[in-house]
Design a protein around this ligand. Structure first.
Ligand code: G6P
Length: 606
């Protein structure tokens, strides 16, 4: 979704802004723009299309020491140059970049039109620039506060003003915004990825907070213009975390990072002696953990599917009723919030608006929420009462891979901790701890099978439509497999419970509709093999993801063999070949794998 960058310092802002925008490309966008302040006034350039198109359109000598930039993902108004940001006041003096949605933009626009303003875009953001320019306050800070007092909605904004050419004023309400502290320079960004090249010292703004940044530093303040105390924190990121390295795509890079990133995630969190997980960040002692009678998991998209894997793990290992629900649905009903339910918000970005809203609704009703979040310091992470950071490192490809495996492992650890204060025996606990410690090595084995998986993917990519089937533990795996496949290959991929095949979908099976079947070696293998036989009998092409101990159900069946783990942990490993299957299908089809059409990395607005 939309991205913001900004720079104030002694260097030329233009290359810094362009580099920052390129780092935000992964979030998904349709147009981009920058505005720089120079002695000649404001110079602004905008383009529909990629950041590189914008870069190609810039005059060679463009310089300025203060500037803001934006990648836009259209919400209000078409994808046009006029609607791209920065948006300007009527006289061009004030420039604004905005993420979020101004709810009362139409009313404000009508009022401004009635008093002589003319608008050059269809965006809600343009009204903010007009309101700031119309304020008769002496300082830019006061003018921004005047404008925001009239605005309802969500926003992260960054504002420049020719009357105050040494500064950028920013404000946050519901959309992320971070300040980066440099050497005689300040940076702003909506996402850490845009800052890592320049600084690891950052300040996360809170909702309702504003800041002024100049070359000599920053000042944060509240809507009542009271200074707020903010100390920069250090983030653990390097440019290699957000660079491609030897890989052609971030999706592949992130798939291949998993063995190492999982090892890092597990470090210090497993107790081999007592067969449990140490999850201090949850802020819950054994008595608290014992008191929960239910677990409710909330997430969106792939995070929701992993939530279903997590719910099964929790029911199996802790025998606590657990279920997952899309946060996007939960927030729009009137959910019953129970004091003895543990709510778990799961999100890679920690910024997904639907999940963030669900968390706030639960907290408003007095519920306890913990987070399984990847991005440290993100909105949801900060709103939760505690949590398990996923430590997957930055994930750039829109299609999530490593973060999901980390979520599944986070759930396994949570299930262990909940189980070990209940009836899960110490030997079972030790068995699962050993199983978790074995995951990184086993993922390496799966990744070594890439050439074979790529061949199968190239074949599957030819079908216009596919089924992914699984049963109980395998079903959420199939759902996530279908989601990944459709996100990057644009093929219709639908997941079904293998048990439901005969109740309808079997009607569609023929030689033109392949099925990817998840068949682990567990107590349901025979049932799964029976489903496969029904497909084979109808000439349906099959790829079976299975363990080597499962005998060939049919001659000539195409198989991807995954190393066996503890049965409760099988879903973690079974997911990995599905990532490679989706990646290579998209590659065969020549798609823009890291930035699939119509999708954004984190959906921070409605
Ligand atoms: C978007 C992305 C999905 C992702 C979902 C949740 O819809 O396109 O791939 O699974 O958001 O993102 P989160 O950051 O909350 O995990």
């Amino acid at each position: 979704m939309c991205g913001i960058v900004g720079y104030v310092g002694n260097q030329n802002a233009v290359p810094i802004l362009m580099e920052g925008l390129a780092r935000l490309e992964y979030r998904g966008y349709d147009s981009a723009g920058i505005a720089v302040l120079s002695p000649q006034g404001t110079q602004a350039y905008r383009r529909v299309g990629r950041v590189r198109d914008l870069e190609a359109s810039l005059p060679r000598r463009l310089t300025g020491k203060v500037g803001i930039g934006h990648t836009r993902w259209a919400t209000h108004g078409q994808v046009t140059e006029a609607n791209a940001h920065p948006q300007a006041s009527g006289d061009g003096r004030v420039r604004v970049v905005h993420n979020g949605i101004i709810d009362n933009a139409m009313d404000l626009r009508d009022a401004l039109l009635a008093t002589g303003s003319t608008f050059s875009s269809e965006t809600d953001s343009e009204v903010v620039a007009h309101l700031i320019a119309r304020s008769d306050s002496a300082t830019l800070e006061a003018a921004v506060l005047d404008a925001l007092a009239q605005v309802t909605g969500t926003y992260a904004i960054a504002v420049t003003d020719e009357l105050h050419p040494d500064r950028i004023v920013v404000a946050r309400n519901g959309s992320p915004l971070i300040l980066g502290v440099g050497d005689r320079a300040m940076f702003i960004a909506s996402d850490l990825a845009a800052l890592v090249r320049h600084t690891t010292s950052v300040v996360h703004l809170d909702d309702g907070e504003l800041a002024t940044v100049t070359a000599s530093g920053f000042r944060t303040f509240s809507r009542d213009e009271e200074n707020t105390a903010k100390t920069p924190t250090s983030v653990d990121l390097t440019t290699s975390d957000v660079d491609l390295g030897e890989h052609q795509h971030f999706m592949r890079k992130e798939i291949f990072e998993q063995p190492e990133s999982i090892e890092r995630m597990l470090r210090g969190r497993l107790d081999e002696r007592f067969g449990t997980a140490r999850l201090d960040g949850l802020n819950l002692g054994p008595r608290d953990l014992r008191a929960f009678r239910r677990v409710k998991i909330l997430g969106c998209g792939s995070a929701y599917y992993v939530g279903q894997i997590g719910a099964l793990m929790i029911e199996e290992l802790a025998r606590v009723p657990a279920d997952a629900e899309p946060a996007s649905e939960f927030r729009y009903r009137n959910p019953v919030i129970e004091p003895d339910t543990l709510y778990v918000a799961v999100s890679q970005s920690g910024e997904t608006a639907d999940t963030a809203f669900a968390v706030r609704e639960i907290k408003r009703k007095g519920g306890q929420v913990v987070g399984l979040i990847n991005v440290v310091g993100s909105t949801i992470a900060r709103d939760c009462d505690g949590g398990i950071y996923l430590h997957a490192g930055p994930e750039v490809a829109v299609a999530s891979t490593k973060a999901l495996t980390h979520m599944a492992i986070g759930f396994a650890m949570l299930a262990l901790a909940l189980g070990r204060v209940r009836d899960l025996s110490i030997t079972d606990g030790q068995r699962l701890v050993a199983g978790l410690l074995g995951v990184p090595g086993k993922i390496k084995e799966i990744l070594a099978d890439e050439p074979h998986i790529a061949e199968l993917a190239a074949d599957l990519a030819r079908a216009r439509s596919l089924f992914f089937i699984g049963r109980v533990r395998g079903f959420p795996v199939a759902r996530e497999g279908a989601q990944k496949f459709k996100e990057v290959s644009y093929r219709h991929a639908e997941a079904y419970q293998a048990s439901e095949l005969k109740h309808g979908p079997l009607a569609l099976i023929d030689a033109g509709l392949p099925t990817v079947a998840i068949v682990p070696d567990d107590e349901l293998t025979d049932r799964n093999v029976a489903a496969i036989k029904q497909i084979v009998a109808r000439n349906g092409p099959l790829v079976v993801i299975t363990h080597s101990s499962v005998a060939d159900a049919e001659p000539n069946l195409r198989r991807i063999t995954v190393p066996k783990s503890e049965p409760e942990l099988d879903p973690i490993l079974l997911t990995v070949p599905l990532q490679l299957l989706a990646y290579h299908a998209a590659r065969t089809l020549g798609h823009d794998i890291d930035k699939p059409r119509n999708l954004a990395k984190s959906v921070t607005v409605e």
